[in-house]
Design a binder for this molecule. Structure first.
Ligand code: C2E
Ligand code: CA
Ligand code: CA
Length: 725
């Protein structure tokens, strides 16, 4: 872009200079013409006066003396061409002579004559220009004489020029013959131009004097100044245009959040950097750097504060990036960099140092950053010679860097990861998941696991969550953490949600029929599903098709879903509730603005995120938050479920705070339907409810339950130790 911007003015400048030079040459030429014309005219006047004196003075000797006073060489020839008198050098003899004159832009052919008597040549006839001024061909002729002087000299000639009517004799003189120092012989005929009279020929003095030179210099200076002014004004205008253009470009490529370069610039500049000739021998690293929990920071402070922080982060990254490297703010809290690659360890160290300095960018916070690196090695041909990268889509390479960053997900700490074969494998694996998904539903490869929820005060089973598992013949046992995100991305999650709802409804119906005292089972519904207007109706129809009463099905929504379309969300929740389904908010407190959602959503159950129960807070602040959350839920008429509870003192604490249910490894891990059935049987057993159902249901069924109870009791009893998988 820059190159184009410069080429125009440069071409213009060269053209302007060429025009200026031609202008000066033309002006010089015109000036010389002018001087010549003026000088020759003046000389001719003097010659005329001398001729008048000669003719009007009877005594020719006296005339000769008077003429001598003019201090010019002259001679007088009689009608027979015989010399009468002369002053200075003399010429003689006359013959005709033809010359070709090559002059400025045209070729003139002039017939010249050689004067036998005086041994000079002169053009046959001079031409007057339109204004009747002294002939231009005189000058051409003089130029010819000048150029051809050597040849003419060889022939021993002196030259005479005939301008119309008047004969100008140019006497050739090898010493004086210069453009503006010519001996020009001016012929003055008698008054009526009659032949046969004596002819007076005077040698003109054409010399440039100081004044002429001053005029010439002044004119040239004026011309030069005018040209310079024009050129400079055009040049400054061009420069200011470039400046303005630069400003516009700057504006166009500026990131509004950080004030640095924007993403469009990064993609364009990145491509230039990677594909240019001088990059042939270099390797590069395309880096994605992501600031974690940026959204949380914005929620705690404000979006403008968050953006200020991103500005600071950009500044720090910019400092760390070399002159021939680039960086820019990408989307959200992501930054892109193209660094020169000197080795895996070096890049890793550089990024770790950068992350180190970024972590303490705000004194009140410690931030975590993750970096993903895609290496672009030098390219070589078959002979091993480095070749230019012809085409590179920076965005695609950056996506690979992002994939490397994403591979660090799970760990909440800072880190650096490289895009490598493992990630390619991972991508391949993801592709195969997508290929197998339809078949897996058809073949019922997805299993419903149930994780019971217990009342911590009574240790009774009060609910369960249905969690999907995939027993794939091709991929083996796959955990939902691996395939759910893929399905969420490709939209297949809606099929999964349907699958789970209908299977859970079918199971519940079967267990009710078997006589179990069923408890509500919650099913996860992905946020992607909430774009469908008739979601509540779909769920109702699926549950009805299985024949399960609605109170046994609960719908879990993740908190993040509450951000999409609030109105549609409230509408769906209301409809679900009107059909008799309970609705719970999953993962409460796991990052988004929970309290705000609570205000607007008529929810039944609040599930406290497992994160609340990870690690110990030394000063008991965690407990205060949990305790207040439970209180808040209660005052909003919501039941609470604590997720991910693994140890006894947490159970005791939650029981004390009035938490309604606990879903965690402390009580039970997610288990196959059959195991869960065992848990239900256990409950019936414990509460002697089995006796009630005995009358209502047939004996076979009760026996079946008893069998399961016996089997399950040994396998899945609530334990007091920390049972982590
Ligand atoms: P979630 O809905 O938050 O489910 C709770 C997750 O926490 C389950 O992981 C469960 O096994 C785990 N968990 C429960 N108690 C404990 C504990 O004490 N300690 C620990 N360390 N973990 C515990 P799971 O089954 O791997 O599911 C992961 C996520 O996958 C779920 O998180 C949910 O978001 C998604 N998911 C699972 N099944 C389904 C489904 O059927 N549909 C949809 N849309 N998403 C599902
Ligand atoms: Ca859930
Ligand atoms: Ca959860």
């Amino acid at each position: 872009m820059k190159r184009k911007r410069i080429i125009g003015p440069v071409i213009f400048f060269i053209l302007a200079m060429a025009v200026a030079v031609l202008g000066i040459i033309y002006a010089t030429d015109q000036f010389i013409d002018y001087i010549l014309y003026n000088k020759v005219s003046t000389e001719y006047e003097a010659a005329s006066v001398m001729a008048d004196i000669y003719r009007s003075t009877e005594d020719k000797d006296e005339a000769f003396i008077l003429m001598n006073r003019f201090n010019r060489d002259f001679y007088v020839v009689d009608k027979n061409g015989k010399m009468v008198c002369h002053r200075g050098e003399l010429t003689a003899d006359e013959t005709s002579y033809k010359v070709k004159i090559s002059a400025f832009r045209k070729n003139l052919e002039v017939t010249a004559y050689k004067d036998r008597e005086i041994n000079v040549i002169y053009p046959e006839k001079g031409k007057k220009d339109k204004a009747g001024e002294l002939d231009f061909s005189l000058k051409k002729f003089i130029k010819f004489v000048n150029d051809e002087s050597d040849k003419l000299e060889d022939q021993g000639l002196e030259i005479a020029v005939d301008a119309e009517g008047n004969q100008f004799f140019v006497g050739y003189d090898d010493e004086d013959f210069e453009m503006l120092n010519l001996p020009i012989w001016l012929t003055v005929e008698d008054e009526d131009g009659q032949e046969g009279e004596d002819t007076v020929v005077v040698k003109a003095l054409v010399r440039l004097n100081e004044q002429d030179i001053i005029i010439f210099v002044v004119i040239m200076a004026i011309i030069l100044v005018v040209i310079l002014v024009v050129i400079i004004s055009i040049f400054t205008r061009t420069i200011s245009n470039i400046h303005r253009q630069k400003k516009v470009t700057n504006y166009f490529f500026t990131d509004t959040v950080t004030g640095g370069r924007n993403w469009m610039w990064f993609l364009i500049r990145g491509e230039q950097l990677l594909t240019k000739r001088s990059s042939i021998k270099k390797s590069f690293a395309i880096v994605n750097l992501e600031m974690m929990n940026y959204q949380n920071y914005c929620l705690c402070h404000s979006v403008p504060e968050g953006e200020k922080l991103l500005g600071k982060v950009h500044e720090e990254i910019f400092k760390a990036v070399g002159k021939k490297e680039i960086c820019a703010h990408g989307g959200g809290s992501n930054f892109g960099m193209i660094l020169e690659y000197t080795g895996r360890e070096e890049i890793k160290q550089r990024l770790e140092e950068l992350i180190g300095s970024l972590q303490t960018i705000d004194s009140g916070h410690k931030f975590n950053f993750r970096a993903g690196v895609k290496i672009l090695e030098t390219r070589t041909d078959e002979s091993g010679k480095a070749v230019r990268r012809k085409e590179i889509v920076v965005e695609d390479e950056y996506i690979n860097a992002c994939a490397a960053t994403a591979s660090l997900s799970g760990a909440d700490e800072s880190g650096v990861a490289f895009f490598d074969d493992k990630l390619i494998e991972e991508e391949k694996w993801q592709d195969s998941v997508q290929e197998l998904q339809e078949k897996a539903v058809r073949n019922e490869e997805f299993l419903v696991y149930y994780q019971p929820k217990y009342d911590p005060r009574t240790n009774k089973l009060t609910g369960a969550e249905a969690l999907i598992r995939w027993q794939s013949p091709e991929l083996g046992f796959v955990s939902p953490g691996k395939f759910i995100p893929i399905f969420e991305k490709n939209g297949f999650i809606t099929n999964i949600d349907h699958y789970m709802i209908s299977h859970v409804a079918r199971d519940q119906k079967a267990w009710l029929d078997k006589g179990y005292k069923c408890v509500p089972v919650s099913v996860n519904v992905s946020r992607a599903h909430f774009v469908e207007n008739d979601l509540a109706e779909q769920i109702r129809d699926m549950v009805d098709a299985a024949g399960a009463p609605h109170e046994y099905i609960e719908i879990e929504l993740t908190e993040s879903a509450f951000f999409d379309d609030k109105k549609a969300m409230i509408n769906t929740i209301n409809k679900l509730k009107s059909y008799g389904f309970a609705v719970s908010m999953d993962d409460f407190g796991s990052g988004y603005s929970s309290l705000n959602s609570l205000k607007d959503m008529p929810l039944d159950v609040l599930k406290l995120d497992a994160e609340f129960f990870r690690g110990e807070s030394a000063d008991g602040r965690g407990e205060i938050v949990v305790s207040e959350a439970i209180k808040l839920a209660k005052s909003l008429n919501m039941r609470t479920v604590a997720e991910g509870v693994e140890v006894k003192n947490q159970v005791d604490f939650l029981a004390g705070e009035g938490c309604d249910m606990i879903q965690g490894y402390y009580y039970a891990k997610p288990m196959p339907a059959a195991d869960y059935e065992g848990r239900m049987a256990e409950e019936i057993h414990d509460s002697e409810a089995i006796a009630e159902t005995k009358d209502a249901k047939n004996d076979n069924k009760t026996e079946a339950i008893a069998e399961v109870v016996a089997e399950e009791e040994t396998q899945n009893k609530p334990t007091n130790d920390n049972t982590v998988e």
